[in-house]
Write a protein that binds this ligand. Structure first.
Ligand SMILES: *Cc1c(COP(=O)(O)O)cnc(C)c1O
Ligand code: SF4
Length: 377
């Protein structure tokens, strides 16, 4: 079955050239973006804005790939892309009740780089670095205090823990951003996890398809393919993040055979309108083939009071989404309880009450109806 064009050498050679090109492209995106506090000086900010951004960036790391930076409309001081990545002095204002570890990752960490709160799934932290640093990140204190990258040795206790716990079926790579790692590291991690027979699914929580879409290469896809079902959970927050480049990245992931889901964070001044959320959820599903999974109520991350909505505002938004979008386009509105209580749905409740087998339930039109249960012996 060999032909001139199909010898292993020719294939490898062609693939190498394509790989080199892929790598060059995303590395340029990183290099031409904001990587250090001093790079903020090159942005079209007023001297006062620049000084404020630099002060805030000294507290929480800054990193913005070029493609994401290019989405900012600099004429709009309230631009929703800018709000997510450009440091603001308001971050330095910490409110009573805000926390270093808003969802108690630490409390449920039996070994370094692993959190085990629900029997069947664990969080694994292969790196504490990201391709982009989001100002609202709920793990930002950990990213600042630990900040370490990947080494295979650092994960050995976590791999041993997973192997020793047959109830674990899902391993969730999070961080940090797992897709900021080189292909080789991803392949190493995937190989170690798939060797543990009771693990069924590998989940990857990442903002790379949004902020550094050029990183989603054929090589990256190949490094994740193996025995396990793979789900990539993206993090789009605003419809303007849906572009030709992010569409291409999601297509590459879908064609790799991965199940795509999205989680968003509800952020005041970014996506807290029905119009923004409706377009986001609709285009995620219809254009990118990414199922909206969770809409997170803002966590109690430090310095983020100015981006948090009330729960009542969130409920009104998701009620409106439910009216406007199909079931498949609707995310579940959740709150991650601070004491480690896990994620719980906090959307509007349609059950008004019950009287024995008679339930009073509010329909989508707002009218309450009685539903009488009929159940056989
Ligand atoms: C969010 C989270 C998970 C994943 O929860 P799902 O509801 O399955 O998406 C698992 N473990 C921890 C500790 C988490 O915070
Ligand atoms: S990519 Fe994720 S982990 Fe990294 S800063 Fe953004 S929200 Fe936090």
């Amino acid at each position: 079955m060999t032909s001139e064009l199909n010898t292993p050498d020719a294939v490898d050679h062609e693939r190498d050239a394509a790989w080199q090109n892929d790598i060059r492209q995303w590395q340029d995106d990183v290099r031409q973006g904001v990587r250090h506090v001093r790079d903020l000086a090159a942005l079209p900010l007023s001297p006062a804005e620049r000084a404020a951004a630099q002060a805030a960036a000294a507290r929480h790391k800054v990193r913005i790939p070029k493609t994401y930076l290019d989405l900012i409309d600099w004429n709009d001081p309230a631009d929703p892309i800018r709000a997510q990545v450009i440091p603001s002095p308001r971050e330095l204002v910490e409110a009573e009740g805000e926390l270093d570890d808003p969802i108690a990752d630490d409390e449920f960490s039996p070994v370094p780089r692993l959190t085990h709160r629900h029997a069947d799934r664990v969080l694994l932290f292969p790196t504490y670095q990201c391709a982009v640093y989001c100002r609202f990140c709920f793990r930002k204190e950990t990213l600042t205090s630990i900040g370490r990258g990947y080494s295979q040795g650092a994960l050995e206790p976590a791999f041993a823990y997973i192997a020793a716990h047959p109830e674990i079926r899902e391993v969730i790579l999070t961080g940090g951003d797992p897709l900021s790692l080189p292909d080789k590291a991803l392949a190493e991690i995937r190989t170690r996890i798939e060797a543990i027979a009771h693990v069924r699914l590998l989940r990857i929580h990442t903002r790379v398809p949004v902020a550094l879409p050029s990183r989603i290469t054929a090589g990256l896809v190949r490094s994740l393919q193996g025995r396990l079902m793979v789900s990539v959970v993206t993090h789009f927050n605003h419809p303007r993040e849906i572009t030709d480049a992010t569409e291409q990245a999601c297509r590459t992931l879908r064609q790799g055979g991965f199940v795509l889901l999205n989680q968003s964070v509800l952020l005041k001044g970014v996506n807290d309108t029905v119009e923004a959320l409706e377009e986001l959820c609709r285009e995620l599903m219809y254009r990118l083939g990414v199922k909206p999974y969770y809409l997170h109520h803002g966590d109690l991350a430090r310095g983020m009071a100015h981006r948090r909505t009330t729960i009542a505002e969130g409920q009104a938004l998701v009620a409106a989404l439910r009216q406007r979008l199909s079931g498949i386009c609707n995310p579940v509105y959740v709150l991650d309880l601070p004491d480690g209580g896990g994620k719980v749905p906090i959307g509007p409740c349609h059950v008004e009450g019950r009287d024995g087998e008679s339930w009073r339930i509010r329909g989508q039109d707002g009218a309450v109806r009685v539903y009488a249960e009929v159940v056989g012996e």
